[in-house]
Design a binder for this molecule. Structure first.
Ligand code: 5RP
Length: 231
């Protein structure tokens, strides 16, 4: 199975967690998009759910596919959110925000009883930050000063750009992709980043994951907290 097939297989397994009447959060990214497509098939088959999208992109996909949408204003408590991730550590802590949607993703995850993460096995790491920089969403005003403050926390911040221009999030902010030599205490770092003036939110998701579904060449499995693997 190629990587895209693996992502779809993980998303298909996540669909087994969906029950009629649920209020869902819909993640952002290529794996989450597979979930939205598969969910839409079930909706066309008569499944009744409502969903909150975590980005404008996911909102467009869901609308096009006919998934009934709501907002956190109308539906502030959700049963289940299904989303992708960029890195997963053995304790199921995550780095997210590769697609730039980390702020809405974290708000929606925080509003959900259950947060199910769907990935291919290339996302598994021993320690967060091993491969992926931590995306940090910052307000545009004074972003260089915010970057300097993040450097004092040990980060090497780089302004995210697309086509030579600063990437702007759905919330109108910039992203600083922050490499760290090592993140010794991810929970503490999540707090310290958010205490930095100018930071809106960061892509460390610590203690939020209920379940991780990992797809690999060998098949799809649920990852237990602590790192061992079982199907
Ligand atoms: C978007 C995210 C995505 O979930 C993350 O980047 C994984 O994306 P993909 O499923 O395309 O690998 O956090 O902000």
């Amino acid at each position: 199975m190629d990587i895209d097939g693996q992502k779809r297989a993980a998303a298909a397994r996540a669909l087994e967690f969906v029950e009629p009447g649920m209020r869902l959060g819909l993640g952002t990214g290529s794996t989450a998009r597979h979930f939205v497509e598969l969910l839409a098939e079930r909706v066309r088959g008569g499944l009744r759910i409502v969903a909150v999208p975590t980005s404008e992109a996911t909102q467009r996909d869901a609308q096009r596919l006919g998934v009934p949408l709501t907002s956190l204003d109308e539906t502030p408590a959700l049963d289940l959110t299904v989303d992708g991730a960029d890195e997963i550590a053995p304790d199921l802590s995550l780095i997210k925000g590769g697609g730039g949607a980390l702020l809405r993703e974290k708000i929606v995850a925080a509003a959900s009883d259950r947060f199910v993460v769907v990935v291919d096995d290339e996302k598994l790491v021993d320690r967060l930050g091993e491969r992926f920089a931590v995306p940090v969403e910052v307000v545009q005003f004074g972003w260089q000063a915010t970057a300097a403050a993040l450097e004092r926390l040990g980060a090497e911040p780089e302004l995210r750009q697309t086509d030579g221009r600063a990437f702007v999030t759905d919330g109108g902010n910039f992203i600083l992709d922050c490499r760290f030599r090592a993140i010794d205490d991810a929970r503490e770092m999540e707090c310290r980043l958010n205490m930095t003036v100018g930071v809106v939110e960061n892509g460390l998701f610590i203690g939020r994951t209920s379940t991780v579904i990992v797809a690999s060449d060998a098949g799809v499995e649920i990852l237990p907290r602590g790192g061992g693997r079982s199907s």
